[in-house]
Write a protein that binds this ligand. Structure first.
Ligand code: GLP
Length: 241
């Protein structure tokens, strides 16, 4: 069941997300982390909290959702670099405990299998999610099987266009494939916290919460999860009845 929390704007959404996240910042917890612009406010609050309150991540593990295929980790837009720049480099998490899928090498299938095994061994306590304007979660595009595991996927044209802003607004520079946790992998998380802000997410939010559970809107499967919180700002909630 999806519990919806409505807030005014992005800042309030980030405050609320941090308030929920704070209770998981304890030794032994496993965090599921996301990229995109949406969680940046949450990560900024986690860094501030680390600096002001010495909240330690030494015994916390994390698993990111996805990574582009073929982008060197040093590339500023790799999700590995994104996570280091925005969170990992500013807290005391052990590098070996902060996992990001690997989109490099000859055997991506093996990378995917190993990633699922690691998550099975360390189940995620809280998974942070954003949502794509087409309803995708992680890089699970419309049509992805609800029981999918971590896999290699082709990005849809709308996702490539949405993400071109990170690649000099040049669509030809955006990678066309990614390694992503599957929808089945995400659904195993004990708790899920999805944040959606801005009017370009309104349609996806409506389909996720009020639409049929259908692979055409990957996020709609969250209606079947027992513990989901969705934080929406006024713009993203504007089409909800
Ligand atoms: C990418 C990521 C998703 C993210 C989505 C939305 O496609 N793979 O995990 O939710 O972008 O990004 P933003 O938060 O920037 O709108």
């Amino acid at each position: 069941m999806i519990n919806v929390i409505k807030v005014k704007d992005y800042e309030e959404a980030s405050d609320k997300a941090f308030e929920i996240m704070k209770s998981y910042l304890k030794p032994g917890k496993v965090l599921g982390l996301a990229t995109g612009s949406t969680p940046l406010g949450l990560y900024a609050r986690m860094v501030k909290d680390y600096k002001e309150n010495n909240t330690s991540y030494k015994e916390i593990k994390s698993f990111n959702l996805d990574e582009y295929v073929g982008l060197p980790i040093e590339h500023p837009e790799s999700y590995y670099a994104f996570m280091h720049r925005n969170l990992f480099d500013h807290i005391d998490i052990d590098d070996n405990n902060a996992h990001v899928p690997c989109g490099l090498g000859d055997d991506l299938e093996k990378n995917c299998r190993e990633y699922d095994e690691m998550i099975d061994n360390d189940p995620i306590d809280i998974q942070i999610l954003g949502i794509g304007s087409d309803g995708h979660i992680a890089f699970n595009e419309p049509g992805t099987a609800f029981d999918s595991k971590t896999h290699v996927t082709d990005l849809h044209q709308s996702t490539i266009s949405d993400n071109a802003r990170f690649f000099d607004n040049d669509i030809s520079k955006v990678p066309t494939q990614a390694v992503t946790q599957g929808i089945g992998t995400i659904m195993k998380a004990k708790n899920i916290l999805l944040i959606a802000t801005g009017s370009n997410k309104a349609k996806a939010v409506k389909d996720m919460i009020e639409g049929p559970i259908d692979e055409a809107c990957p996020a709609s499967i969250l209606q079947n999860h027992q513990d989901v919180i969705v934080i929406v700002d006024e713009a993203a909630a504007s089409l909800l009845s």
